[in-house]
Design a protein around this ligand. Structure first.
Ligand SMILES: C[S@@+](CC[C@H](N)C(=O)[O-])C[C@H]1O[C@@H](n2cnc3c(N)ncnc32)[C@H](O)[C@@H]1O
Length: 291
């Protein structure tokens, strides 16, 4: 019995090593043949691309900030001609933050802003005396944010980070701020990861300040498909991708989540937050604490 076990134990690693070596040789051969356009190179390249499938929320944001950089725009809202022109300091949830986060010089209060984009809110809060850590998915956005902070002589810690895959951290903050990021995190599993991450990062007694789009009965969806049951807005796409849906012969990607304020309250309660205040000026501004 013992002998048999030893035998199996010694064979498996060898087989595994042989397999790894075969894959490495295959991959190496693909690199060598790549310039010649061989079928081998193509098949390996394709399988490598499939391994790192693009997340549904990536292309829009990567392309958006590439355009913001190219055209020298200030922030995300400038991508929509109707919202353009307010300038860098005039960001979407400024009034809300000004009301909820008074001057804090000398108080040592800390803020995590996720989905910070080009950093206008982060700059505003740093000017008000907060210790700001701001993260975004897109390296271009963070690069612009760093430039703007340096021009203003402020200090903000910026990181590129996908909040659907929070990094391990035991840091906690007095405030967590979101200006219109959660509405582009669409599928349940991702929203749960985001909200659980926020809960872990908030000090007891801290505030989660969330500005987000919600369902509006008068909103026009055009070629997009709005599913009233889930609040998911699906956008037509060229072909299948992560979390894509085939509907009447057209592929759609999850694009936005426009839930009712009642559903949002329930979702937040399910992830350990109590909503202290909810105002709906154009989206919704929510003040939450840990329950
Ligand atoms: C509507 S924009 C708002 C940007 C900024 N807060 C503002 O008000 O200008 C949404 C932001 O969320 C970021 N974002 C989207 N998905 C994300 C993710 N999974 N992780 C981190 N940031 C994300 C986008 O790159 C984008 O900057």
């Amino acid at each position: 019995m013992r002998g048999k076990r030893r035998q199996t134990g010694s064979v498996i690693p060898i087989v595994r090593r042989l397999l790894v070596a075969a894959v490495q040789a295959y991959s190496f051969a693909a690199d060598v043949f790549e310039p010649y356009g061989s079928w081998l190179a193509e098949s390996v390249t394709r399988s490598r691309e499939e391994d790192v499938m693009t997340k549904y929320y990536e292309p829009e944001h990567f392309e958006g900030y590439a355009r913001i950089r190219r055209e020298g725009l200030d922030q995300w809202n400038d991508l929509h001609p109707d919202d353009r022109g307010g300038g860098y300091n005039n960001f979407s949830n400024r009034e809300f933050l000004a009301a909820q986060m008074p001057q804090a010089a000398g108080l040592g209060l800390s803020v995590l802003e996720y989905g910070c984009g080009t950093g206008s809110a982060a700059c505003f809060l740093a000017e008000r005396g907060y210790r700001v850590h701001a993260v975004d998915l897109v390296p271009d956005a963070i690069a612009i944010a760093r430039e703007r902070v340096a021009q203003r002589g402020l200090r903000v810690r910026f990181d590129v980070q996908d909040i659907c895959e929070w990094r391990e951290s035991d840091e906690q903050y007095d405030f967590v701020v979101d200006a219109f990021c959660l509405n582009s995190i669409v599928i349940d599993e991702d929203r749960a990861r985001v909200l659980n991450g926020v809960r872990r990062r908030l000090n007891s007694g801290g505030r989660y300040l969330l500005s987000t789009s919600v369902y509006r009965p008068d909103r026009e969806y055009g070629e997009e498909h709005f599913d009233a049951g889930t609040g998911i807005v699906w956008v037509p796409t060229a072909g299948p991708g992560e979390a894509a849906l085939l509907l009447d012969g057209t592929w759609y990607l999850p694009h936005r989540r426009h839930v009712t304020s009642t559903a949002l309250r329930a979702e937040l309660a399910g992830h350990g937050f109590r909503v202290l205040d909810l105002q709906e000026p154009f989206g919704a501004n929510l003040v939450c604490e840990l329950s």
